[in-house]
Design a protein around this ligand. Structure first.
Ligand code: GLC
Length: 513
């Protein structure tokens, strides 16, 4: 069960590396950088969706679940990538998007043409006069319904992403075929998009409360039966499923991790935690009590393609708006980098698996000030251009300090503009520099196996300092501004210098002893 303590690197393909100069990352671009990922020391990659898609939500609107978009190199490039990754011992996870497809999917095209059985695969309903069937809101803003003739279809996200009707058995059978197709091709597992949303309340009643969290549109008990079927398919081939699940409590999350359901689900509880020792401690304890105690593992993560980069969340010194996952305001980048390095060391020392988001290993900040005309996230448009959305964490990576597109592409083109300051975070520059954020990640990944066994908190005598032991390794994290005198064993790695026998402010250090 390699995945129980694996470190997986998330590749947002459009922005990782471009091989053909069109300004959009692709599979051959990724393939030529696999050695880089081996050098970093990760166990595998998770690829955001690379299926044919018109791109209403950059691939999360899938037109064909059993093919790869030619813009990324098509199936031949995918097979090359898979072979080369496996030759290097890297696992490859794809992204399964079962809640919705694209309006260009043949099923939805047939539904639009009025075919009744095809409409039954989606959620079509008559309106209430000129009003939609109910008051549900799309996650990206606006109504969750779009009118087609005298009926409306439900889309929990963009109108280009019609929700499937999971109460129709044809939908379940179809996705089992999809899983088999990719498993047979050699894919090691799937990250599964918005697992908690597959089923909606059968009667689709109005949601009378705050639109942000509509429990009628998600987390219905029927979903667990689907996961049990998928788990059987995965187990028969030793494949792994990791869920993206946003539910109100850790207890709710644990239900998806029962022994016959998903092996993994991201632990977003910690991802939304502010830089505060007691909040981190409480979140870690919740996970240990409610997930680890059941025999399941925690899948830690601090960043992904939907949230502000760690540096900018932890470096925020005054907040002006935005949701908790994407707070806006003034960022102290130096402080953010310092804290992000410390947080990464803390998370890598915890029991369980860790997902890193591309660029995190270079301490890359969020691009907060993209020009409005460059923004592409549907959130931006559907919020009436008030909610910036997720483009700022998706800007193509800087590989080199200079040059056109900072080494991302052979051309100067990039699908989102890179800011001038990106070069200062160039990855290749950091790989050659001891002490860089990249080198710290590489060293931490190398030493991480030393943390072994259950976590035991150590008393620190300070509210802003957390320390724990696992086996012979100890992790100390100082959240506050005062150095913390060291009493435990030999320092082996630190996110900032351990000077004069003290762990520095806003840093982590690992000790053996
Ligand atoms: C998930 C994805 C996000 C996407 C949404 C709809 O939350 O991570 O990027 O927009 O689902 O598929």
């Amino acid at each position: 069960m390699w995945w129980r303590d694996a470190v997986v690197y998330q590749v947002y393909l459009r922005s990782f590396a471009d091989s053909d100069g069109d300004g959009v990352g692709d599979l051959d671009g990724l393939r030529t950088r696999l050695d880089y990922l081996v050098e970093l020391g990760v166990d595998g990659i998770w690829l955001n969706p690379c299926y044919p898609s018109p791109g209403a939500d950059h691939g999360y609107d899938v037109a064909d679940y059993m093919d790869v978009d030619t813009r990324y190199g098509g199936l031949p490039a995918f097979d090359r990538l898979l072979a080369d990754a496996h030759a290097r011992g890297l696992k490859v996870f794809m992204d399964l998007v079962p809640n919705h497809c694209s309006v260009e999917h043949p099923w939805f095209q047939a539904a639009l043409a009025g075919d009744r059985p095809a409409r039954e695969r989606f959620i079509f309903r008559p309106g209430r006069g000129d009003e939609p069937p109910n008051n549900w809101r799309s996650v990206f803003g606006g109504s969750a319904w779009t009118r087609v003739g005298d009926e409306w279809y439900l889309h929990s996200f963009d109108p280009g992403q019609p929700d499937f009707n999971w109460r129709n058995p044809e939908v379940g059978a179809y996705f089992e075929d999809v899983l088999r197709f990719w498993f047979d091709r050699g894919v090691d597992g799937f990250r599964i998009d918005v697992v908690h949303m597959l089923f909606k309340h059968a009667d689709l009643p109005d949601w009378p409360h705050h639109p942000e969290y509509n429990i009628l549109a998600q987390n219905q008990p029927e979903v667990h039966e689907v996961l049990r079927r998928w788990r059987k398919l995965a187990d028969a081939r030793e494949r792994t499923l990791v869920g993206e699940i946003w539910v109100p409590t850790v207890g709710d999350l644990a239900l998806y991790l029962r022994p016959d359901e998903l092996q993994q689900a991201f632990y977003f509880d910690l991802l939304v935690c502010p830089w505060d020792a007691s909040r981190f401690r409480a979140s870690i304890d919740r996970g240990l009590e409610e997930i680890v105690s059941t025999g399941a593992v925690i899948t830690w993560t601090l960043a992904n393609h939907d949230v502000h980069r760690t540096v900018s969340r932890f470096g925020l010194v005054s907040r002006t708006g935005g949701p908790d996952t994407r707070p806006r305001g003034v960022v102290d980048v130096e402080l953010g980098v310092r804290r992000a390095r410390a947080a990464m060391m803390l998370v890598l020392a915890l029991p369980g698996s860790v997902y890193l988001y591309q660029g995190e290993e270079a301490g890359l900040p969020e691009v907060m000030d993209l020009p409005d005309e460059a923004r592409q996230d549907p959130t931006w448009f559907r919020s009436g251009r008030t909610e910036h959305g997720r483009d700022g964490c998706r800007v193509p990576l800087p590989w080199t300090p200079t040059g056109p597109s900072f080494g991302f592409s052979p051309s100067a083109r990039t699908w989102l503009p890179q800011p001038d300051w990106f070069g200062a975070f160039a990855i290749e520059d950091q790989t050659a520099r001891p002490g860089s954020t990249w080198s710290l990640h590489r060293d931490a990944l190398g030493m991480r196996p030393g943390f072994d066994g259950p976590l035991e908190w150590l008393p620190t005598g300070r509210q802003d300092v957390l320390a724990f032991r696992r086996g012979e390794m100890i992790c100390v994290t100082v959240f506050g501004d005062e150095p913390y005198p060291v009493e435990w064993g030999t320092p082996v790695l630190a996110s900032a210098d351990v000077r004069a026998g003290a762990v520095a402010p806003a840093s982590s250090a690992w000790f053996r002893g």
